[in-house]
Write a protein that binds this ligand. Structure first.
Ligand SMILES: *[C@@H]1O[C@H](CO)[C@@H](O)[C@H](O)[C@H]1NC(C)=O
Ligand SMILES: *[C@@H]1O[C@H](CO)[C@@H](O)[C@H](O)[C@H]1NC(C)=O
Ligand SMILES: *[C@@H]1O[C@H](CO)[C@@H](O)[C@H](O)[C@H]1NC(C)=O
Ligand SMILES: *[C@@H]1O[C@H](CO)[C@@H](O)[C@H](O)[C@H]1NC(C)=O
Ligand SMILES: *[C@@H]1O[C@H](CO)[C@@H](O)[C@H](O)[C@H]1NC(C)=O
Length: 356
């Protein structure tokens, strides 16, 4: 094709630019050239569209073929909380909160388990006249699983997500004593009224990026660099639809949140069926492929963490625009115990599966 194109024009004279004088051979060459150009343009348009669908220009993508998972651990029923440590020292996230010990939580019903459900909540009783009052922070809970996990499939039956002004709840995994060296995986996170969708994020050391790579997911990608030192530890983020967290998620009855963590990547989304087989569930909410992030060296020894922080840097950063009134975030927390009535997690079981 290219050589006949060259031949046709190398021998062309000015008169040949007039179509009426063209021979059948030149007509064939011109038509062929038009077809070739059309094919190239269509190919480029389709290629760009396909790349956009996948959110990047690099077409390499890990093979997330089905793994066979077997059940390793279950958190459920009245012993749900036995598998957790109650983190009850100074909040590393700078929140206006006092995380309580298991005795306080039990006595004051901040953690509560039945055969089918486990509740984790913020105090709703302590007001300005109480002793102690909440003028240095409100009582809340932060749980960290005693077991630390490697790669696997994690299913979290979430019946109610906490929300409300001044709250910063999260369901996440991390190795708090080796952070960010062993990575952090945030599954559900939101602040204040939580009407704009849940945040999914990874936080790592250097050399783990999700920028300009192919990803298969329904959520909206935010910052691509997972390195904790980028933009004050923003992490690599994906935001879900409003129904992925908060009032909308709760009104729909909640759902099972799945994390598949494997050498090929980390994916977070709703589990579409009880069978532990993500290959049958369709695109996840968030996809963090291993394309430019070695999973084994960035993620290790992860504890499951459930907490409800109050104020703190993420909440404060958007407080002025949150529609939560004109007081400061900390004044709001100190003086409005009843505002935290919806600030509770309600869970069914957590299940952890291991492949092979
Ligand atoms: C992905 O891996 C599976 C299992 O090893 C294999 O059967 C399949 O052909 C691979 N798919 C691709 C696209 O390489
Ligand atoms: C999963 O189990 C099936 C059935 O036993 C087997 O054929 C398949 O090879 C296994 N896949 C992996 C990745 O081990
Ligand atoms: C603790 O909370 C549960 C669930 O909201 C409730 O049913 C129970 O009565 C509470 N217990 C006490 C002692 O307040
Ligand atoms: C990021 O992690 C490093 C340790 O690797 C730490 O020194 C630094 O303070 C962290 N930065 C932020 C913003 O979290
Ligand atoms: C992970 O935890 C195990 C068991 O506690 C420990 O031996 C190992 O050093 C830890 N690995 C890293 C990289 O922190």
């Amino acid at each position: 094709m290219v050589s006949s194109y060259d031949m046709g024009y190398s021998s062309s004279s000015r008169s040949r630019m007039d179509p009426r004088g063209w021979t059948r051979k030149i007509w064939l060459i011109v038509v062929s050239v038009i077809i070739v150009i059309a094919v190239i343009i269509i190919g480029a348009v389709v290629g760009v569209a396909a790349t956009r669908n996948n959110g990047g220009t690099n077409s390499s993508y890990p093979n997330y073929s089905k793994l066979n998972y077997t059940l390793l651990d279950t958190y459920s029923g009245q012993s749900f909380f036995d598998k957790f440590e109650y983190f009850s020292t100074y909040d590393p996230a700078g929140g206006f909160v006092h995380y309580v010990n298991p005795e306080y939580a039990l006595t004051n019903n901040l953690t509560y388990a039945t055969a089918s459900t486990a509740l984790v909540r913020v105090d709703t009783k302590v007001g300005p006249g109480s002793v102690p009052d909440a003028s240095t922070g409100r009582f809340s809970v932060r749980l960290e699983s005693k077991t630390q996990y490697g790669p696997g499939l994690f299913l979290f039956d979430v019946k109610h997500t906490p929300y409300g002004c001044a709250t910063w709840p999260a369901l996440w995994l991390a190795d708090p004593n080796n952070w960010p060296a062993n990575g952090e995986i945030d599954l559900m996170e939101a602040v204040n009224k939580a009407t704009t969708g849940g945040l999914v994020a990874l936080h790592t050391t250097a050399d783990c990026s999700m920028s300009d790579i192919r990803r298969e997911m329904s959520g909206a990608a935010g910052q691509g660099d997972c390195h904790n030192a980028t933009n004050s530890n923003t992490g690599c983020t994906v935001t879900g639809a409003p129904a992925s967290y908060g009032p909308e998620f709760n009104a729909a009855g909640g759902g099972v949140v799945a994390l598949e963590w494997r050498d090929e990547g980390i994916r977070v989304g709703g589990a579409a069926a009880a069978a532990p087989d993500p290959s049958s569930w369709g695109p996840p909410l968030a996809d963090f492929p291993s394309t430019n992030c070695d999973m084994a060296s960035h993620f290790r020894n992860q504890s499951i963490i459930v907490n409800i922080d109050l104020c703190g840097y993420l909440t404060e950063a958007v407080w002025a625009k949150s529609g939560c009134g004109s007081s400061t975030c900390t004044d709001f927390v100190a003086n409005n115990p009843s505002a935290f009535a919806d600030a509770y997690w309600e869970f069914g079981a957590f299940q952890v599966f291991k492949s092979k």
